[in-house]
Design a protein around this ligand. Sequence first.
Ligand SMILES: Nc1ncnc2c1ncn2[C@@H]1O[C@H](COP(=O)(O)OP(=O)(O)O)[C@@H](O)[C@H]1O
Ligand SMILES: [Mg+2]
Length: 311
Amino acid sequence: MIEIRNLTKHFGNLTAVKDVSFSARKGEVLGFLGPNGAGKSTTMKMVTGFLTPSSGTAMVDGFDVQKDPLQVKSRIGYLPEGAPLYGDMTPLSMLKFVAEVRGIPAGERNGRIADVVGKVHIEGVLDQRIDTLSKGFKRRVGLAQALVHDPEVLILDEPTDGLDPNQKHDVRQLIREMAQEKCIVLSTHILEEVPAVCTRAILIADGALKFDGTPLEMQLMSRRHNAVALTVRAGGGHDIAALSRIEGVDAVDQVDAANGFESFLLYPKDDVAILAPLSRVAHENNWEVEHLSVEKGRLDEVFRQITSTGA
Ligand SMILES: Nc1ncnc2c1ncn2[C@@H]1O[C@H](COP(=O)(O)OP(=O)(O)O)[C@@H](O)[C@H]1O
Ligand SMILES: [Mg+2]
């Protein structure tokens, strides 16, 4: 549905997006990750036709956004950064306006509006001025306007930004519900969102693509993947030197010491399993083990690793 090739955008001397290529299919929820200023919004604006690329192409459903902008725009629902709305309109009047602008035939407008209003649950506020609505309701109205024409492609720029945990949960739920029949690209810097809603993740930093893969593949890149967390009663002779000598252990960090217990994180060499040798050593030395678990890896660590070293 989306095919982006060598997309680049210069703003004067600044290259906000550098030679970015990726594609996305129907049924995919693509998480577009990166620190603030990485170029996420700029990329989305080029895909949706709001900004002209300096070079490269963006195709949606086979149409080039520069050659066939109307064909592209008719297939896309777009929630821009900050979800701007017309504050002095009501959700109902704004949705009627958007439905008309989107070219939905007059006889079908009310049906389409009722459908999206039900999807985003804004039945109770349809006649209230938008600028008096809570942030959560405003975001839902923003989503409703992106959905009115039932687009095949949804581009959502930080759809959960600034929402409370319940509102975030609702928006993620809605995205998951729509995922099968659409191609969804959403930007976020909230990493917990990635395994929760995305089937794939793309990471950009300084305008350049750094990673493209599944959330699981991203987790596997974490130094903590297959690391072992150990908490043991103090005084059993289990110091860092002793732990480091265990077969397969590359490095050891002491992470905590409290209430007579000490906690360590043991990193494996080349991802090897170190739980068994560690258990054996603990048993042989009669260490009083309080906690032992294998770590899955942390996305925040990979995010920092990739975006700070320029790897
Ligand atoms: N219209 C513009 N003019 C000049 N610089 C811009 C413009 N829009 C964005 N930028 C710059 O481009 C970079 C990428 O911005 P943006 O795409 O908004 O990042 P993100 O959405 O990942 O936070 C930033 O350094 C930003 O300041
Ligand atoms: Mg942005």
